[in-house]
Design a protein around this ligand. Structure first.
Ligand code: UDP
Ligand code: MG
Length: 330
C-alpha cells in the first residue's frame, strides 16, 4: 500500500489506483445477485487491478449464498454468511471487519446505487478526502410516507444531536482504511452506521447521485425496521429525549404551584367547595400519561444500556468462502 495523496486544497497530483474492497450486504437477494456481482466486478476491474468484493449474506433464506458462490468463479469475490439475519448495520460491520483494501466501498446489492458513482468516489479520494459519501438528489423512489417520516427523523436528529448527519446520505460511500479502522474500534452494539460514519470525523465530501429503482425484489425495510433503526439512531446520538422531561416536569410543576396558590386563595376568600372533580380527573390522567411516556423513554435508554452491558458480538459468522485464496487485494 504505497499511495501518497494530495490534500483536498491542492490540485490533483498522482493518479493513485488504490486497492478496493467492496462490501455488499445482502438479504434475500438471490434473484439478482449474480448479475450484480458480474456488473460490479467488471466495473471495479476497469478502475484498479487490486480489488475484491465481500458479499455479506445476512441470514438469507432464498439461497443468496449459493448464488454468490456460483458467481464467484474466477472473480475475487468472497462470501461471509451470517448465522441469521442480524440487520444491515451488523452486515456492514461484518464486511468492514473482513475488509483488507486500502479503500472500502459499501454498496447495496439491488442496483439502486449506480456503479459509475464509484469512479467519482475514487477521484475525490485521490484529492485527499478520507470519506466520500453518495448524496441522493431526490427521494422520489421512496413511498411518500417513508419520505415524510425520514425527513422528520433527520430534522429531529439534527436538532437533538451534536453530530451532523446529512439527511440524504446513506451507507453508499467510500472510506479510507483510516476511517474503517476507526469504525472497527468503536465498541458499541447498538450501531447506527449513518451516525457513526460522521462521529469518527475525517475529511469528508459528498457526491450527488440519482438513486435508481430496485432492479429486483422489494425493500427489506418495512415500517417496524425503520422505526427500530430510528430509535437506535436517536438514543445512540442524543440524550435530548431524556432531558426533554426535565423541561416538561419543571413546566408542569410550575403550573401546579400556580394552581395551588389559586385554590388556596379562593378557599380563603370564598370558603371550601366540593366541585372540582373534573379538574382533578383531568390533571391526574394528564400527569399519568406524561409519567408513562417519560418512563418509556427511560426504558429505551435502559434497554440500550442492557444491550451494551451484555457485550454480545454484533454478528456471528456461520461460513466463509474465498478468504483463504490469494485473490486478496495487495
Ligand atoms: N439488507 C441486509 N440485511 C437486512 C436488510 C437489508 O443486508 O436485514 C441489505 C439488502 O439486501 C440490500 C441493502 O441492505 O442490499 C439495502 O436494503 P434495501 O434495498 O431493502 O433498503 P432500501 O434501499 O429500501 O433502503
Ligand atoms: Mg435498496
Amino acid at each position: 500500500m504505497t499511495s501518497v495523496r494530495s490534500t483536498p486544497t491542492a490540485a490533483a497530483t498522482a493518479t493513485v489506483r488504490p486497492s478496493i474492497t467492496c462490501v455488499v450486504p445482502a438479504f434475500n437477494e438471490a434473484e439478482g445477485i449474480t448479475g450484480f456481482i458480474n456488473g460490479l466486478c467488471a466495473h471495479l476491474a476497469a478502475l484498479t487491478e487490486h480489488y475484491d468484493v465481500i458479499v455479506v449474506d445476512d441470514g438469507s433464506r432464498d439461497g443468496t449464498g449459493f448464488e454468490v458462490i456460483g458467481a464467484s468463479g474466477g472473480l475475487p469475490v468472497r462470501l461471509l454468511s451470517l448465522s441469521r439475519n442480524f440487520g444491515k448495520e451488523a452486515a456492514i460491520s461484518a464486511g468492514l471487519d473482513a475488509s483488507t483494501g486500502e479503500v472500502v466501498v459499501i454498496i447495496d446489492a439491488d442496483f439502486q446505487q449506480p456503479f459509475h458513482v464509484i469512479d467519482e468516489f475514487i477521484r475525490q479520494w485521490q484529492q485527499g478526502y478520507d470519506m466520500v459519501y453518495g448524496l441522493r438528489t431526490s427521494r422520489s423512489t421512496d413511498p411518500p410516507v417513508r419520505r415524510f417520516l425520514s425527513r422528520a427523523f433527520y430534522r429531529l436528529l439534527s436538532r437533538c444531536s451534536s453530530v451532523e448527519i446529512p439527511p440524504d446520505a446513506g451507507d453508499f460511500r467510500l472510506m479510507d482504511r483510516r476511517v474503517v479502522d476507526a469504525l472497527k474500534g468503536l465498541p458499541e452494539r447498538s450501531r447506527f452506521m449513518k451516525g457513526l460514519y460522521n462521529w469518527v470525523g475525517f475529511r469528508s465530501t459528498a457526491v450527488p447521485f440519482v438513486y435508481g429503482d430496485r432492479k429486483q425484489g422489494t425493500t427489506k425495510f418495512n415500517f417496524s425496521r425503520l422505526f427500530d433503526l430510528a430509535m437506535t439512531g436517536l438514543t445512540s446520538f442524543s440524550a435530548f429525549p431524556l432531558r426533554l422531561w426535565v423541561g416538561v416536569g419543571a413546566t408542569i410543576s410550575a403550573c401546579s404551584m400556580l394552581y395551588a396558590f389559586f385554590i388556596i386563595a379562593r378557599t380563603l376568600l370564598r370558603g371550601a367547595d366540593v366541585p372540582g372533580w373534573a379538574t382533578l380527573a383531568v390533571a391526574v390522567s394528564f400527569l399519568g400519561g406524561i409519567q408513562l411516556l417519560s418512563i418509556s423513554i427511560l426504558g429505551e435508554y435502559v434497554a440500550r444500556i442492557f444491550t451494551e452491558v451484555k457485550g454480545r458480538p454484533n454478528y456471528v459468522v456461520a461460513e466463509r468462502h474465498g478468504f483463504n485464496d490469494p485473490k486478496r487485494p495487495s
